[in-house]
Design a protein around this ligand. Structure first.
Ligand SMILES: NC(=O)c1ccc[n+]([C@@H]2O[C@H](COP(=O)([O-])OP(=O)(O)OC[C@H]3O[C@@H](n4cnc5c(N)ncnc54)[C@H](OP(=O)(O)O)[C@@H]3O)[C@@H](O)[C@H]2O)c1
Length: 154
């Protein structure tokens, strides 16, 4: 099944200057718990923005650079959006679309479950999530100490 996972603040900001402008350790733990042992699909910008190796996960990273060398041994590099899409659609495991915006836009039409962390923060960043709410149904809400996780289904 194809999942999407994203953290968004009150201005719909998800990123700023190639990083996530809000720091929420509890949400990072939630991201880890959800994605552990699964395939994570991400753009090259997001992959490079993560300062640590995402252990016990396989990263499928999209880049146009043909000689791209990722920093970690758990990364499979794709250069062709269509080949990546075919791999995602033919995968029988749970797979997580992890951003950033370009990757969310490419894969959103195929996402079945969306895990949205709503971060109560007002920062106005340069990368904002498109409205998806008209295409998905909110089926569950979990209140954590520092954020709210909403689960949407198509
Ligand atoms: N809040 C959250 O949950 C969350 C999650 C993830 C990311 N983010 C944030 O989102 C921002 C990054 O998003 P972004 O949209 O700028 O970048 P991105 O989606 O992470 O990566 C974009 C890159 O993907 C590659 N790419 C995209 N389409 C391609 C195609 N058709 N063919 C080949 N390569 C392709 C290109 O890499 P090359 O340039 O190498 O060709 C492109 O520069 C950052 O601020 C990040 O922190 C936030």
């Amino acid at each position: 099944m194809i999942h999407m996972i994203v953290a968004m603040n009150n201005t719909r900001t998800i990123g700023h200057q190639n990083t996530i402008p809000f720091h929420n350790p509890e949400d990072l733990a939630h991201f880890k718990a959800k994605t552990l042992h699964h395939i994570c699909v991400m753009g090259r910008v997001t992959y490079e923005s993560i300062p640590v190796k995402l252990n016990q996960r396989t990263i499928w990273c999209l880049t146009s650079s043909l000689d791209y060398k990722p920093k970690h041994d758990n990364v499979v590099v794709f250069h062709d959006q269509q080949k990546l899409l075919e791999a995602v659609l033919s995968c029988t495991e749970d797979i997580f679309i992890c951003g950033g915006l370009q990757i969310y836009r490419l894969f959103f039409p195929y996402v079945k479950t969306l895990w949205l962390s709503r971060i109560n923060d007002e920062f106005d960043g340069d990368v904002k999530l498109d409205r998806f709410e008209d295409h998905m149904t909110l089926v569950n809400t979990v209140q954590y100490n520092t954020f709210v996780c909403e689960e949407y289904q198509r």
